[in-house]
Ligand binder design. Structure first.
Ligand SMILES: Cc1ncc(COP(=O)(O)O)c(C=O)c1O
Length: 349
């Protein structure tokens, strides 16, 4: 693994950001208590603040996006049920199979158009349990923004239409909103509007918001009560977690207002790449802080492009022999973006 230096531009992920001085100060000064017993005022205030921000009744602080999704999904389902998700959903591909191993669910995947499932396909995939060969559908899972699709943001209308199908069959909906604030900026709406129709939502402080750790689950009071129990079962109840919640709060108060800069920088990189020979970029998907590209050249494959960029002190994630992902974040400036574009032109031009 490369060790980033002070001059490194790290485009591997928005999880690579380091806590700011303001976050570190807030952590040092945080009022804390035993959160497993509900006695940490900094955590409790953050949970309440997030619930209000998203228009839900209650919130629950968890250590990671993976845990947030797992706890929420387990709280809404029964073992043996099916869960409908998009073919490239993070929960399906990259969370260690927890929905099967721990929730006992059978994933029923649907291919989306740039990550977006159609309501008709969801309707067709639903099982009411009357067929002896199938478990009943217990959950519809959505992702906004969609990581593997390149940061594509669901609209309010798309979210509502998908939820309407599930709710029409009495099926709850969980939203993996790891980057829901990016989606809100991209769609020009309040985050609450994007989560109104879902039963539960998970979002991450440790991704584009730039905090060192933590995620939040929000939903009804009854759901959060169940989730609090499940979080303890999976070992996720914490003690003086206010030190982490304090940094998360700084992230929540400072980051959303600047996410458009990350989106502009990703767009600039995407447009530069689209002009270079043998590089495929679907600019339709470059809506937030990610750029997915494919290298289709005789002289170079994706791993060698990543190595060439590393010589310019630029780090990128190589997903296969052809696919690369670049992610912008708070520690990638406008000037860094120019440096990335210059390096890409030199290597690929
Ligand atoms: C869409 C999405 N959901 C969930 C997660 C999981 O978050 P964590 O790595 O904090 O467990 C990620 C991580 O990148 C993600 O991109």
């Amino acid at each position: 693994m490369p060790i980033p230096g002070t001059n490194t531009i790290d485009l591997r992920s928005d999880t690579k950001t380091l806590p700011t001085d303001e976050m570190r100060r807030a952590m040092a000064e945080a009022e804390v208590g035993d959160d497993k017993a509900g006695e940490d005022p900094t955590v409790s205030r953050l949970e309440q603040m997030c619930a209000e921000l998203l228009g839900k009744e209650a919130g629950l602080f968890v250590v990671s996006g993976t845990m947030g999704n797992l706890v929420a999904i387990k709280s809404l389902t029964e073992p043996g049920q099916e869960v409908i998700l998009e073919r490239l959903a993070h929960v399906y591909l990259w969370e260690g199979g927890g929905i099967s191993a721990i929730c006992g669910l059978l994933p029923r995947t649907i291919p989306g158009n740039r990550g977006v499932m159609s309501p008709e396909a969801v309707e067709a995939a639903i099982s009411d349990g009357s067929n002896v060969h199938r478990g009943a559908t217990g959950l519809l899972e959505l992702e906004n923004t969609h990581n593997m699709a390149g940061g594509v943001a669901l609209t309010v209308e798309q979210t509502r239409a998908l939820c309407d199908v599930a709710h029409g069959h009495g099926i709850p909906v969980h939203l993996d909103g790891a980057r829901i604030f990016n989606a809100a900026v991209a769609r020009g709406v309040e985050p609450a509007e994007l989560v109104t129709p879902v039963d539960s939502v998970q979002f991450c402080f440790s991704k584009s918001l730039g905090a060192p750790v933590g995620s939040m689950i929000c939903g009804s009071r009854e759901f959060i009560e169940r989730a609090r129990h499940v979080r303890n079962v999976v070992g996720g109840a914490m003690r003086q977690a206010g030190v982490m919640a304090a940094a998360a709060r700084v992230a929540l108060e400072t980051a959303p207002g600047r996410l458009h800069e990350d989106h502009e920088n990703a767009r600039t990189i995407g447009e530069t790449l689209a002009e270079l020979p043998g590089i495929d970029v679907d600019l339709e998907t470059v809506q937030t802080n990610m750029v997915n590209l494919e290298v289709r050249r005789e002289d170079l494959d994706a791993p060698s492009l990543c190595r060439a960029l590393a010589d310019y002190d630029i780090l990128a994630i190589c997903r296969s022999d052809v696919a690369i992902r670049l992610v912008t974040h708070v520690q990638v400036t406008r000037e860094d973006t120019r440096r990335v574009c210059d390096a890409l032109r030199e290597v690929l031009g």
